[in-house]
Design a protein around this ligand. Structure first.
Ligand code: NAP
Length: 245
């Protein structure tokens, strides 16, 4: 039976690259997103390659949408093997509001998507993941959220101050640690991943300046999504190995 994998924000960027890579391993990928036409189009692209893909309407910022999506996957498949919490935003990169430290509107929307979104999707899909024999949850985080890097003068991330985004990814990392403890003694594993600086539309200029293609970045997400049974849960990894919390 094919592995069932759901990727939030799977219609473009790193999410679509991850969906494609997972589908190429033989998984049935559920491309979840808030724009039905976009997820249909992305799924059609994979189907045209002969891969297994399904579209799913899922807005991580809407608890009702997430609950409906979980019910839908329960009806379609009865369980879920891989959840990739990928959907994320960085509105501070283009926010021009009048603020001293942080744009509060950007802070609220960042947390709604990047933090509450991850919590809501995880909570609603956990019952389906618990029915898997080897469930894996991947939280797409960032070294930008590493408290160690933010406070280490020798880190290349030290001079970056993007308060809402950094706090949101630190919160995601905290959820990874908490969830790994909650899931101890079960086959389920959860991992935070930093994909690197990736050529996507997350922030203006990323496509021209970032060194890593979405396909390359998807490799570490796939690694976390396909951890072997003996692997540790509750880690934070990048293509370079462990990332300091
Ligand atoms: P992207 O190209 O902007 O894609 C973001 C995806 O998230 C889109 O599919 C978008 O859907 C979706 N999304 C946003 N809000 C959503 C919502 N409420 N419900 C469902 N889907 C939603 O950015 P990306 O670079 O691929 O980002 C993917 C993840 O990687 C994010 O968590 C980001 O923080 C993380 N990351 C990226 C980088 C980088 O350098 N790019 C580095 C570190 C971490 P729409 O098409 O509907 O907008």
């Amino acid at each position: 039976m094919s592995t069932i994998a759901l990727i939030t924000g799977g219609n473009r960027g790193l999410g679509l690259a991850t969906a494609t890579a997972l589908a190429r391993t033989g998984a049935t990928v559920i491309i979840a997103g808030r724009d039905l036409e976009a997820v249909r189009c992305a799924a059609d692209g994979l189907l045209a390659e002969g891969l297994r893909a399904e579209p799913l309407m899922l807005d991580v910022a809407s608890p009702a949408s997430v609950a409906e999506a979980a019910d839908e996957i329960g009806e379609r498949h009865g369980h879920l093997d891989i959840l990739v919490n990928n959907a994320g935003i960085l509105p501070e990169a283009s926010a021009r509001g009048d603020h001293d430290f942080v744009d509060l509107a950007a802070f609220a929307s960042t947390f709604e998507t990047n933090v509450l979104g991850v919590a809501t999707v995880t909570e609603k899909f956990l019952p389906l993941l618990r029915r898997s024999t080897a469930g894996r949850i991947v939280n797409v985080s960032s070294t930008m959220g590493s408290l160690s890097d933010q406070s280490d003068e020798s880190s290349p991330y030290y001079s970056s101050i993007v308060p809402a985004y950094q706090a949101s990814k630190a919160a995601v990392n905290s959820m990874t640690i908490g969830l790994s403890k909650q899931l101890a003694g079960t086959p389920l594993k959860v991992t935070s991943v930093c994909p690197g600086w990736v050529q996507t539309d997350l922030a203006p200029g990323n496509r021209d300046q970032a060194p890593t293609s979405a396909d390359e970045a998807a490799r570490i997400v796939v690694t976390a999504a396909t951890l072997p049974d003996h692997a540790e849960s509750g880690t934070f990894i990048s293509s370079g190995g462990a990332v300091a919390w």
